[in-house]
Write a protein that binds this ligand. Structure first.
Ligand code: NCD
Ligand code: ZN
Length: 354
């Protein structure tokens, strides 16, 4: 197989279409890791308090820029956290002025800091209709919050109960179904017209639910949506390596302090930003699809958002197996870096030289 022999791979610089950078000490610690490898990222707005308005997004973007290494060209693409009180005019101004790229829908209670999210989609209909008119994208955390629905079924049930009706009501709304974790999600997106796409995370391409639960409980693999069974992981890999332009990388890198993860009720989130590109190279290599990596990480996302791909390039080099540092340090304590559970052979060229 020709891919097996590849030892260098040069790509347009990748982007991350779903990223949590947090704020304060955490922001300062994690931002350089994304800025080193990625050109742009869609920044999640689930701070406390959430980033709801255009003014809040502009202020958060300034804080992110201040946290970047000097000379960094990393571009944060901001999102607005949709609430039932969101003003359609503010959303439109934010988009048309270039301050925000997308709006984020969290069903209230679905995940970390989502309590200010949406309970009744009918209440945000004017915002969604305005977004459809101006071509602004809605990024969706696609899980129902109904406690009667099994946590492993929440994405599939969301698609039937919420997403399909929403598509019928506002068909022109551009939608990214984020961090898709199931065959159901992949099938849904494939059946939709081109204004619907999906992001896939690093970790969901690598782990299934056994990683969290088999042989002991492993909080560092717990994230939302929770990883599903192996057949779903395989469906995600097939979508990612297919070259289908509706699927692209959104790492959902979601750092939490170890002291917040290692609790009787620990936080959801995997911190993957520092190791995403080496891990994805392994995944695509194993699938004999290294020639599709650039589409997934660097081309499909910008195409969906109507942006040019990055003009610079990164080179991945295959060499001796290495293991990533297990954690990074913040002023408030360590954050464990996602461990894929297999050795890595690929590195970015400048790291390989170090
Ligand atoms: C995210 C977080 O920690 O902010 N956690 C996660 O497990 N992915 C929230 C989210 O994207 O669901
Ligand atoms: Zn997320």
């Amino acid at each position: 197989m020709p891919n097996r022999a590849w030892t260098r791979l040069t790509l347009r610089r990748p982007d991350d279409w779903h990223l949590h950078l947090r704020d304060g000490a955490m922001l300062r610690a994690v931002a350089p890791h994304s800025a080193r490898d990625f050109g742009r990222a869609i920044i999640m707005p689930n701070l406390v308090p959430p980033v709801v308005t255009m003014a809040q997004a502009a202020a958060y973007r300034d804080r992110i820029r201040e946290a970047l290494p000097p000379g960094s060209r990393f571009e944060p693409l901001m999102t607005l956290y949709l609430t039932e009180a969101t003003d359609p005019d503010d959303v439109a101004r934010a988009y048309l002025s270039g301050t925000a790229q997308a709006v984020k829908l969290y069903p209230a209670g679905a995940t970390t800091n989502s309590h200010a999210g949406v309970r009744d989609l009918g209440k945000v209909r004017p915002v969604l209709e305005r977004m459809a008119e101006i071509g602004m994208t809605l990024c969706i955390h696609g899980e129902v919050v109904d406690p009667d629905v099994d946590i492993f079924d929440r994405e599939a049930v969301f698609i039937d109960r919420v997403l399909k009706p929403l598509r019928r009501r506002v068909p022109d709304l551009r939608i990214v179904l984020e961090h898709v974790t199931t065959q159901d999600g992949v099938d849904f997106v494939r059946d939709q017209p081109r204004n619907v796409a999906a992001t896939i995370t690093t970790h969901h391409l690598v782990i299934n639910r056994n990683a969290i639960l088999a042989g002991g409980i492993r909080p560092h693999y717990y994230c939302l949506p929770v990883a599903k069974r192996e057949a779903h992981r395989i469906a995600l890999v097939q979508a990612a390596v297919s070259g289908d332009e509706r699927f692209f990388l959104g790492t959902d890198s979601a750092p939490h302090l170890d002291q917040a993860k290692l609790q009787p009720c620990g936080c959801a989130g995997c911190f993957t930003a520092p190791v995403t590109l080496p891990i994805l190279a392994e995944v695509f290599e194993a699938a004999e699809a290294l020639d599709k990596l650039e589409s997934f990480v660097s081309l499909n996302g910008p195409r969906y958002y109507g942006l040019p791909p990055n003009d610079d390039r990164v080179t991945l080099v295959r060499g001796e197996a290495w293991t990533a540092p297990p954690a990074i340090l913040t002023d408030d304590g360590p954050v464990t870096v996602f461990d894929p559970g297999f050795p890595l052979h690929w590195r970015l060229e400048d790291q390989a030289a170090a």
